[in-house]
Design a protein around this ligand. Structure first.
Ligand code: GCW
Length: 722
């Protein structure tokens, strides 16, 4: 927080507090909702002229939040109090509400335009009211008004012209959900930002202000659901003792439009229900879940439903009883259906007894089940078939199950992209998957169209992001982790936004709208993910990180109890070359894609180089587009990754004095760590792969700092997030 605090400073702070001037440590707590006074003088003048009073009628809890947000936002951004009134008496009135809550909104007769906004969307219009210029935030529902409010404030935060607004916005995806991999003991699986926000011990009595701030941040980007608990589930959360705590959180989140979901441990009927079995075909088991669902709804009337990881990495599931995933999902779906709940059933499955390529297993198990799921089930599929790697081709299940609503699961927390220490802006990665063409129904059948329901005409649609949020003061550990939380919400609302646009919005709200900061930071962000790919897993390499904690390089990992948890299984380096042959001559995972995709990826000449070693075992001397051999290209890519981090460091250094001291220092130290880790990855991987290639590292590249033995003996202790 405030560093080097001296007694004089404290006195000064007390004086400032007394005057009501904003005193904020730039510790990142305020996220992108800082509402500091607009810097651009002409914009400030415009806003002061055009927003002179607010009329927001109606008094639901959600509208009360919108009102508070507008009051706080306008006070901060305009640097002056904007009065709230009831009659539009002057130019510059901002009217917010629904036709039901606000006679003024009703008077505008927005008809079809408003209809198009649906249940959650909104309009923001510059209009004439009683002959005077006004702005209107109109929606069909209170939550639409709140979303519109945040949008309006965002325009001011990012210094946009508001003289002729004609915004119409509605989410393209229905369920926009965070998945918290939070355990009841407050540890967070793959969490790098401290502990779980949910203070189960003090719930339900104590409602931490953090819950409200969390909900507010989510509402500001349109996230409307949260799964509170880890997919590696604990049945205890379904007991009465915990359900009252869950209810308290649901009550806190409700006014912000956020529904609560829980993970359902499949064996819960045995563990907490005293039954002998959890077989989904057993009537007693079915009844147990029905009763349990009814009990949950008695505590949380708008409970969203269940997220389930079953028969995956040791979790129990229907296959324990010879049943399939649809049998399991449908049983839970029937239990929550009467109250309108849904089931999000994960497709992240692979079996250690199955010798087949892990990349194929989800498709093999789920594709035949298409059309057998209940209407309130979504199958939740990770963006790629292995596991949230820095780069993966899109999962073959997208487009392959037209009769089933397929939900996207992205990982916001950076398990494989540098955890808590690396700056990696993930929008380009999310976008790459969303824009990938499955060719399921001809050209243009993008993954985005699969998940927003337009390709196969599904009403039920969803997108999940594994959260990167914890108790760290700045919420996400690395300040730039905030941009990934932000991105997830923005893309879930509108997957057509570009990565550049989202980055620019976030930077303006988080730092400043000054172009001399926005541009360089945007450049850093836009190269950051590619940098990570380069120094970790270039050219389609994957799953070569440290054992279990997944921190740092570990391409040498082998001989573990399951082959698909080793690195050698994935890179397959030998004296001839490197890479996983997934063509016909290998595992033929490619056959799971539509023919045009197979054709492109299957041919070593047309396969995009970024996926080369994902699909092909390639000879060390194979020539790439650059004219270099594969070995040399690998060396250059690894080195380029390190150089890109150094570039980020120097860009950031150039911002000294333009960014507040506290956040400047935070990012600067983390970039330094990132550079060390990038070198560690580069050196360890090149030295290890060199034992197969037996070729020199090109002489113009930096030499590895240590020996391979040194890197192989590194054994980081207590890495967070396990
Ligand atoms: O990425 C892997 C993680 C596990 C995780 C699993 C999953 C929650 O290493 O920690 O478990 O995926 O998604 O189920």
């Amino acid at each position: 927080m405030i560093r080097k605090t001296t007694p004089t400073l404290i006195v000064l702070l007390m004086l400032l507090l007394g005057t009501g001037l904003p005193v904020q440590a730039e510790d990142g707590y305020r996220l992108w909702l800082r509402y500091d006074k607009v810097q651009d003088a002409s914009r400030l003048q415009q806003y002061r002229q055009q927003v002179t009073e607010v009329i927001l009628e109606g008094n639901s809890p959600t509208l009360a939040i919108a009102k508070r947000e507008l009051a706080q936002g306008l006070r901060g951004l305009l640097g002056q109090e904007v009065p709230f009134g009831q009659k539009a008496t002057k130019a510059g009135t901002l009217i917010a509400g629904t036709p039901a809550s606000s006679p003024l909104v009703a008077q505008l007769q927005l008809g079809d335009k408003l209809k198009a906004a649906g249940d959650e969307g909104y309009l923001i219009l510059t209009t004439q009211l009683n002959g005077r210029n006004s702005h209107v935030i109109a929606a069909n529902t209170d939550i639409g008004v709140l979303y519109g409010t945040f949008h309006f404030l965002r325009l001011l935060q990012s210094s946009q012209d508001i003289t002729k607004l004609a915004v119409s916005s509605a989410p393209k995806i229905q369920h926009r959900v965070l998945n918290h991999w939070d355990n009841l003991d407050r540890t967070v699986e793959r969490g790098y930002a401290g502990f779980s926000l949910w203070d189960w011990h003090r719930l339900p009595g104590y409602i931490d202000q953090r819950y409200l701030d969390y909900a507010r941040a989510n509402a500001s980007i349109g996230i409307n659901g949260t799964v509170l608990t880890n997919v590696n589930a604990n049945a205890l959360v379904l007991t009465k003792e915990y359900l009252v705590k869950v209810a308290a959180l649901a009550d806190a989140f409700r006014p912000y439009g956020i529904k609560v979901y829980l993970t359902a441990r499949f064996s819960a009927p045995i563990e907490i229900g005293g039954l002998k079995t959890a077989d989904p075909h057993e009537p007693t088991v079915q009844q147990w879940w029905k009763d349990k669902a009814a009990e949950i709804y008695s505590h949380v009337p708008d409970f969203g439903g269940f997220l389930v990881k079953a028969n995956s990495e040791g979790q129990p599931g229907p296959q324990n009883y010879g049943r399939n995933h649809a049998d399991g999902a449908n049983m839970l779906a029937d239990a929550v259906a009467p109250q309108g709940g849904i089931v999000m059933w994960r497709a992240f499955v692979y079996d250690d007894k199955e010798p087949d390529d892990r990349a194929k297993q989800a498709y093999t198990e789920f594709k035949p089940l298409d059309g057998t799921f209940r209407k309130n089930v979504m199958v939740q599929v990770k963006n790629g078939a292995i596991d949230f790697q820095p780069r993966e081709p899109f999962h073959p299940l997208f487009g392959a199950m037209p009769k089933t609503p397929i939900m996207m699961e992205f990982q916001i927390t950076q398990e494989y992209l540098g955890q808590g220490t690396n700056l990696a802006y993930l929008a380009p990665m999310f976008q790459e998957t969303l824009e990938a063409d499955t060719h399921a129904k001809g050209k243009g059948s993008t993954v985005a169209k699969v998940i927003d329901g337009t390709l196969d005409k599904h009403q039920l649609t969803g997108i999940a992001g594994v959260a990167n949020i914890g108790t760290d003061r700045n919420w996400t550990g690395h300040l730039f982790g905030q941009s990934n939380w932000y991105t997830f919400g923005r893309l879930a609302w509108n997957h057509q936004l570009s990565s550049e646009e989202i980055a620019a919005e976030w930077i303006k709200m988080t730092f400043t709208s000054n172009a001399n900061v926005v541009m360089p930071v945007q450049n850093m962000m836009m190269t950051s993910r590619e940098a990570v790919v380069n120094y970790m897993t270039p050219l389609g390499l994957h799953h070569i990180m440290g054992w279990s904690h997944h921190y740092g390089p570990g391409p040498w990992i082998k001989d573990k109890h399951r082959a698909d948890w080793t690195s050698v299984y994935y890179h397959r380096a030998d004296e001839q070359g490197i890479g996983f042959d997934r063509t016909k001559t290998g595992s033929n995972a490619l056959a799971q894609y539509a023919p045009p995709v197979q054709k492109q990826f299957g041919n070593i000449k047309t396969c995009p180089e970024e996926f080369l070693l994902w699909f092909h075992h390639v000879k060390w001397d194979h020539k790439l587009k650059s004219g270099r051999t594969l070995w040399n290209e690998l060396c250059y890519r690894y080195s380029e990754g390190v150089d890109q981090v150094r570039q980020m460091q120097s860009t950031w250094a150039s911002l000294e004095g333009k960014v507040d001291e506290e956040r400047f220092a935070h990012v600067q130290s983390l970039l330094k760590i990132q550079e060390q880790e990038a070198k560690w990855w580069r050196d360890a991987c090149l030295l290890y792969f060199q034992t197969f290639s037996k070729r020199p590292i090109p002489s113009d590249l930096e030499k590895p700092a240590e020996t391979l033995e040194y890197y192989m003996n590194l054994d980081p202790k207590f890495v967070p997030g396990i």
